[in-house]
Design a protein around this ligand. Structure first.
Ligand code: ARG
Length: 458
């Protein structure tokens, strides 16, 4: 049997269970491309300091490209002793080009190699996720732009509160995602730090040019401390925190739409493309897409909390515990990026029932406006709040709406009520009065849309 990469000092065999326990190739093979790119850059750096001749570098590079092609074509054949993607690629390289393959790892450790691969891999994924997030925000903005005529009740405590535009609600979620977009963009420079050239822990003894390596691989900066370079996984925690918060927003958006899609509300209907049926109740159309979006948030938090538990208490530099960074990160990337695409599809294709939203507007949601009416006549708000509350109680006792009370009824509550009180009972007018920045009026909605469009352009 072949020798293990680190087999020199060993005489005994690895326990078979331990062998499987230790092996990460099953899941870390998805970094094959990052691993090959890192190695090609490292071969160049070795050439620059005279460890490899140009000819050797070319042979190694061609070999690495072939290994990479094999992964892409699905023809790479893992061997039982391939512990992880790094050993698998090196083993295959040496099969292809002979003992020269053994020069590539000069001054390098899997410790700086794996940290480099993870960062390279994540940078690609983050770019993808950024465009997924923008796609979601974009459909929300488009809908909000097209559906600004639709009025609905805005809720607090899930009780009808004040009239708003449907677009205003939709954009409230879009603003959460806008902040997620900003945060994602802000974490990129902290991912884009090159560990390669840190060696096992104590740096590189052959003087490789790490700034050259960073440029070759597209990193924004170089890890300034080799021990930190190999031991740091904060960039993974930060991404896990980012995805946890983003999925919290996703979950709250999903919850609103789940409630609005019930027959009792009837505000939205999900398209068939994002719904599923019941195996027993033929009439059912369930919002499974939204429930999964809400549900996925739990597993993402779990990835974050779990990996932080792994990190706390680790001694400096590399410890094998760090191999446990991969599955939570991969899982968070996969499920967050799928969630963004599903959410975009749900929002783009759902039907919005403006008539139902409008019908849910009862006059009581104008009770605040009624209080404001008296405020405009000089009465302190604390008093007008009380008077409006008595009007609500009176209407309730008569089983009628606020606009069914007579002028005499109102004047009985306060002498400052006059004919023009009727103008209060207009939902559109209520919304249009809210022209302060952040409000649901047409003008301020316009402003929200342009702020979001500007964020999408960044
Ligand atoms: N598969 C390992 C990981 O993912 C690579 C680094 C191994 N380094 C070591 N010294 N054992 O963390």
């Amino acid at each position: 049997t072949k020798q293990k990469l680190w087999g020199g000092r060993f005489t005994g065999k690895t326990d078979p269970l331990m062998h499987a326990f230790n092996q990460s190739l099953k899941y870390d093979q998805r970094m094959h491309d990052a691993d090959i790119r890192g190695s090609i850059a490292y071969a160049k750096a070795l050439t620059l300091v005279g460890i490899l001749t140009k000819e050797e570098e070319v042979k190694i590079t061609e070999g690495l490209l072939t290994v990479g092609e094999e992964w892409k074509a699905g023809t790479f054949k893992p061997e039982a002793d391939d512990e992880d993607i790094h050993t698998a690629n090196e083993r295959r390289l040496s099969e292809l080009i002979g003992p020269l393959g053994g020069k590539l790892h000069t001054g390098r450790s899997r410790n700086d190699q794996v940290a480099t691969d993870m960062r390279l891999w994540l940078l690609d994924e983050v770019a993808d996720i950024e465009s997924g997030l923008k796609g979601l925000i974009r459909v929300m903005v488009e809908r909000a732009d097209n559906e600004r005529d639709i009025l609905m009740p805005g809720y607090t405590h899930l009780q009808r509160g004040q009239p708003i535009r449907w677009s205003h609600l939709l954009l409230s979620h879009a603003f959460s995602f806008r902040n997620d977009l900003e945060r994602l963009q802000q974490l990129i420079p902290r991912v884009s730090v090159l560990p390669l050239g840190s060696g096992a822990l104590a740096g590189n003894p052959f003087g490789v040019d790490r700034e050259f390596l960073a440029r070759e691989l597209g990193f924004a900066s170089v890890a300034e401390n080799s021990m930190w370079g190999v031991g740091d996984r904060d960039f993974i925690v930060e991404f896990l925190m980012w995805s946890s918060l983003t999925m919290t927003h996703m979950s709250r958006l999903a919850e609103d739409l789940i409630i609005y899609s019930t027959a009792e509300f009837g505000f939205v209907t999900l398209s068939d493309a994002y719904s599923t049926g019941s195996s027993i109740m033929p009439q059912k159309k369930n919002p499974d897409s939204l429930e999964l979006l809400r549900g996925k948030s739990g597993r993402i938090f779990g990835n974050m909390a779990g990996f932080m538990m792994t990190l706390k208490g680790l001694p400096s530099t590399y410890n094998k515990d760090l191999q446990e960074d991969k599955e939570p990160l991969f899982d968070a990337v996969d499920h967050t990026s799928a969630s963004l695409k599903i959410a975009e599809g749900v929002i783009a294709t759902m039907e919005v029932h403006g008539d139902k939203m409008r019908a849910a507007l009862t006059m009581d949601v104008l009770a605040t406006d009624l209080a404001d009416y008296l405020v405009r006549k000089g009465i302190p708000f604390r008093e007008t709040h009380h008077i409006s509350g008595r009007a609500v109680a009176l209407a309730e006792s008569r089983k009628c709406q606020l606009d069914n009370l007579t002028l005499e009824d109102y004047q009985g509550l306060h002498e400052k009520f006059s004919e023009d009180v009727l103008q209060v009972f207009d939902f559109e007018a209520s919304v249009e009065r809210r022209t302060a920045i952040g409000g649901p009026s047409r003008k301020t909605l316009e402003r929200q849309i342009s702020v979001l469009r500007a964020a999408l352009a960044k």
